[in-house]
Ligand binder design. Structure first.
Ligand code: 13P
Length: 249
């Protein structure tokens, strides 16, 4: 396995003032390590604050939580991939379940966003995951594969090799219900197989992260599961001390 990736998605939390305090505590307790990659996804208005705090810590990467597929223009409220790159972000979350299920983002839109990220030199982290009713009706694999194939449809195989995938079952997000390590491994294997059949050996370099109610108590077990290359953490990443212990998992 490559070194594990520990990623924090702050969602709509931590404006610049909170983020400055968070980063002071986190950086005081989290020393640079070669054996893992830490990524932070703050709200867009907080990206430059977080990057300023990371001036001497290039070991930690920063991404945005969403982008629009056009590069610029009359799209009030949106954020383009080149602008995110210009601000210093190096990654973009795309197709997060809240984008899909709160804001109605479609598979076709995630494909355009993945393509826009790649064009701008941002690394896309494409999120996929089934809802509870879909799991209960045996559609987990079909849903995840549909979202995966659609999400990578507009980029070349070599670009897929530079992406990351996050498997986040919707029923596990913010609910305190976590997939078991075995559940996560099973779906990660399906994703890895599908990627191999789409892009061949390039799939080997694509880390697959698990997300959904990860906390300091379950992080180590989830990270040790077969095929789990990292964790994408929401609620439990908001507290700097709690996040520090997950980052060290
Ligand atoms: P929680 O860790 O709060 O369940 O959120 C997971 C998530 O959506 C991360 O992107």
């Amino acid at each position: 396995m490559q070194r594990p990736i520990l990623a924090a998605n702050w969602k709509m939390n931590h404006g610049p003032s909170d983020a400055r305090a968070f980063m002071r505590t986190f950086l005081a307790h989290y020393a640079r390590r070669q054996d893992r990659q830490v990524i932070l996804f703050p709200p867009a208005v907080t990206v430059t604050t977080v990057l300023a705090a990371l001036k001497d810590r290039p070991d930690i990467q920063v991404g945005v939580q969403n982008i629009y597929w056009e590069d610029k223009g009359a799209f009030t409220g949106e954020l383009s991939a080149p602008m995110a790159r210009d601000a210093g972000a190096t990654l973009a979350l795309i197709g997060h379940s809240e984008r899909r299920h709160v804001f109605g983002e479609t598979d076709a839109e995630t494909a355009r966003k993945v393509a826009a990220a790649v064009r701008a030199g941002l690394i896309p982290m494409l999120c996929v995951g089934e809802k509870l009713d879909e799991r209960e009706s045996g559609q987990t694999e079909a849903v995840v594969l549909r979202q995966l194939r659609a999400g990578i449809a507009e980029v070349e195989p070599h670009a897929v090799g530079g992406m990351l995938i996050a498997y986040e079952p919707v029923w596990a997000i913010g609910t305190g219900k976590t997939a078991t390590p075995a559940d996560a491994s099973a779906v990660h294997a399906v994703i890895a197989d599908a990627l191999r059949s789409q892009v061949g050996e390039r799939a080997r370099s694509v880390p697959i992260l698990y997300g959904g109610s990860v906390n300091r108590g379950n992080a180590t077990a989830l990270l040790s599961a077969d095929g789990v290359d990292g964790l994408l953490v929401g609620g439990a990443s908001l507290d700097a001390e709690g996040w520090t212990s997950i980052a060290r998992a």
